[in-house]
Design a protein around this ligand. Sequence first.
Ligand code: GN1
Ligand code: MG
Length: 368
Amino acid sequence: MNDSGLTQAQAAAGQFLLPGEIGSVKPIGSGHIHQTFLVAPISETKDKLVLQKFNTHVFRDPDAVMHNLFIVTNHIRKKTEKIRDDSTDMLVLEPVKTLKGKDYFIDAQGSVWRCFLYIPDTVSYDRAPDTSVVYEGGKAFGTFLRLLSDLPAEEVKITIPEFHNLDFRLEQFHQALRDGRKDRCEETSSEIEMILEREEQMKLIRKLAQRGLIPLRVVHHDTKINNVLFSAQNKALCVIDLDTVMPGFVHDDFGDAIRTFTNTGEEDDPDLSRVSMNLSFFEAFAEGFLGATSNMLTQIEKEYLPLSALVMTYMQTIRFLTDYLNGDTYYKIHHPRHNLQRTKAQMQLLLSMEEQFPVMQEIVKRLG
Ligand code: GN1
Ligand code: MG
């Protein structure tokens, strides 16, 4: 983060309905898309805020994103107030409006900013520390899906078209092979080959959906482990990062969550020997997730949960490699070969899932 970014954030913070005079503004979080800051008032008794500089290259329609944010958080809040059992005893993100009553603020440079209430005393993880955290994460994302199951899909806007459409991601990949950097194509020939070999098998879930065999639902679409906030006692407290909540499939959420909740290494681990899928973590996540959703999922949805983990890891490998071939235009990178490092680590994780696939299927059959 450079100083001008911070100065810009300090100026933007002043445009929101703050609980008190601003004491400090500091960068926080590990997301790959937006820039996130913690805004602390001078008085320690007043609420802190989370301020985000919105990535408008990735999310081209901030109105649509903010519309969804209010629809989704209001829906969940209303429902949980009625139910109030322990499975829904979670918090919901609370967006904060600008001084002028708007959902977001556009500064003189054209940057878009929005704000949330900060939820104090929480922890988040980039890698799971134990099975109970993973179980809690499964329960959190499963509950999230269940709470949204009666929100009509038409009320939710498409914030990124074709976001988890594997055919589209493969098209972008093929285009990068044609038009991307030639040196990088040569350098990654073995990864490219591994992707091409798996194309048909990975398209299976999509094909079933196209035949109408898998129901469209309102899903989160970014169920990374660091998108759940946990209490100090490691109870799941809040599902965050709601910008990609859109119509999709249960497989988008289950699969992407397995990709990060079960990885024994980092998403971008430079040491591939550390990367693998932890089978006990797979079981714990599935148990938490199915505990919340089993009654509403169809047989065919359950049957393809294990494959969805492979598909989403495959899709993420493709997205990182495509960005590398295109010269790193999408994801934030911390060094020039970062997207390559991410690609290799995700491919390694996929290989580990492939090895354990039969057992993953047995586990889901038993739990479902
Ligand atoms: C991005 O915003 P963040 O870091 O939670 C990305 C996800 C990817 C993820 C990979 C809008 O999520 O789709 O799975 O990186 N979000 C967008 O870590 O592209
Ligand atoms: Mg995030």
